[in-house]
Design a protein around this ligand. Structure first.
Ligand code: HEM
Length: 423
């Protein structure tokens, strides 16, 4: 790994962009081509004129996520940013710019900031969360159930995670909606995203102030009283990171699972006949369509050879989580036993997602509730007509237009459906 290989020179015009991959009908075909051409680490474009490395090999992904002395999470090490190749108003920056939070920290500083998140998440009551998510889902469905039609992304999956995670922080539904609107611009990686960022933080700051006056049993209170967090800005940044990291990711997971169930009869049949367990079905989606298709980022702290490529100090490396899931090392011979959660959807190493169980409760409840309350779901367009969000990072369906039998009355979800909770 440490012997520098011959330097390759790539013109940025010849490189494929991350957004072209996420927009493609078949990203795995592109990963296959990239592997043939470049090996497990391929040069790509993050946006026009901004190159980076897409790390697709499992071994290389483990190296860059685990060896913090060689690969930093801190974007202030990004040479192209420091040299002005990335413009200050680039749509990449809301996801990638350094912030003084757990995401941008390495080693001991990371552990200090990470502990409050792990402690906070560890205190979440999954039964109470499930009931809360059922209530949120029931309300959303109530808005469109009588019409017999809906867009399960725009009317449903796009709302559930934000309202659920916001409620964990003590925000009510109205505040959750407001927070979601502010976050949309932030995640869009378009030029207005930095404006969205400011109002998003303001809403959370007001929540923190309110909770300081009236502490209670929620995540805001858990973070603001944690001994590792030194001041209000640190608490605020911890709130920002939890809420923003959980939103788009969980929306994508819900949307992809519903999409698979509606369009893939074998998937649906296996689930309904019990051949496929509920959690296995959710994991199958995480294997094929991990919500963070391409995760930013690590920055090389020195010149180094990785997967046959000469990485220069300051280069940016993107975690090819979806590509890595098809690395033969993860599923030798293409076979994966049931209950296999060795996928890379949550990444690896010290920055691995801390909210795996939380996101599973939200996703499972949202899918279960939709299937229970909206009988006879069918897609109103062909699967080929489904488009994907224009994002370098995620590959979420932009819409999922469906029709269903109008329910006689909106009843509470029971556990009769295969997606019924057992926890
Ligand atoms: C309630 C929902 C969620 C919350 C609150 C949440 C929270 C977080 C936080 C705080 C981090 C940063 C951890 C650190 O830097 O130490 C993180 C990282 C991450 N999360 Fe999540 N997350 C959620 C859902 C998801 C879902 C559904 C996925 C995908 C299946 C996911 C995938 C990831 C990935 C790939 C990382 C990056 C790890 C890295 O940089 O190596 N998260 N998440």
């Amino acid at each position: 790994m440490t012997t520098p290989a011959p330097t390759h020179s790539y013109t940025t015009e010849s490189l494929i962009s991350l957004t072209e991959i996420t927009q493609s009908r078949d990203p795995h075909r592109i990963y296959h081509q990239l592997r043939l051409e470049h090996g497990p680490v391929a040069p790509v474009l993050l946006e026009p004129g901004v190159p980076g490395w897409l790390v697709m090999g499992l071994e290389q992904l483990r190296i860059i996520t685990e060896r913090e002395a060689l690969f930093s999470r801190d974007a202030r090490n990004w040479r192209d940013l420091n040299d002005g190749i990335v413009s200050p108003d680039s749509g990449l920056l809301p996801m990638m710019a350094y912030r003084p939070n757990v995401i941008g920290a390495d080693q001991q500083e990371h552990r200090r900031l990470r502990q409050p998140l792990d402690d906070g998440v560890g205190r979440i009551n999954h039964r109470a969360l499930r009931r809360q998510v059922q209530r949120i889902c029931g309300e959303l469905i109530g808005h469109f159930a009588q019409s017999g039609r809906a867009d399960l992304v725009a009317d449903y999956a796009a709302y559930v995670p934000m309202l659920a995670v916001a409620s964990l922080f003590g925000l009510d539904t109205r505040q959750g909606h407001e927070l979601r609107s502010a976050l949309i611009a932030l995640f869009s990686s378009q030029t207005d995203s930095q404006v969205g960022n400011r109002s998003f933080e303001q809403i959370l700051f007001d929540t923190l102030r309110e909770r300081q006056a009236n502490p209670t049993d929620d995540l805001t209170t858990a973070l603001m009283t944690h001994p590792n967090l030194q001041d209000d800005p640190e608490v605020l940044q911890s709130m920002v990171v939890m809420i923003s990291a959980g939103n788009e990711t969980t929306t994508c997971w819900i949307a992809h699972t519903l999409y698979r169930m509606i369009t893939d009869t074998s998937f649906d049949d296996r689930l309904r006949s019990g051949q496929l367990g509920v959690d296995d079905a959710l994991d199958e989606v995480l294997w094929r369509e991990p919500p963070m298709t391409h995760m930013p980022a690590r920055y090389a702290l020195r010149d180094i050879e990785l997967g046959g490529q000469s990485i220069r100090q300051g280069d940016v490396l993107i975690l090819g989580l979806s590509a890595a899931n098809s690395d033969p090392a993860l599923a030798p011979g293409g076979h994966r036993p049931a209950n296999n959660r060795a996928h890379m959807a949550y990444s690896a190493g010290p920055h691995m997602c801390p909210a795996q169980d939380t996101s599973r409760v939200i996703t499972r409840t949202a899918v279960d509730t939709a299937l229970h309350m909206l009988p006879g779901l069918r897609l109103m367009v062909t699967p080929g007509e489904i488009n994907w969000n224009p994002s370098p990072w995620t590959r979420c369906p932009t819409q999922l237009p469906v029709a269903f039998a109008v329910p006689h009355e909106i009843s509470s979800p029971s556990s009769a459906h295969p997606f019924g909770e057992t926890a």
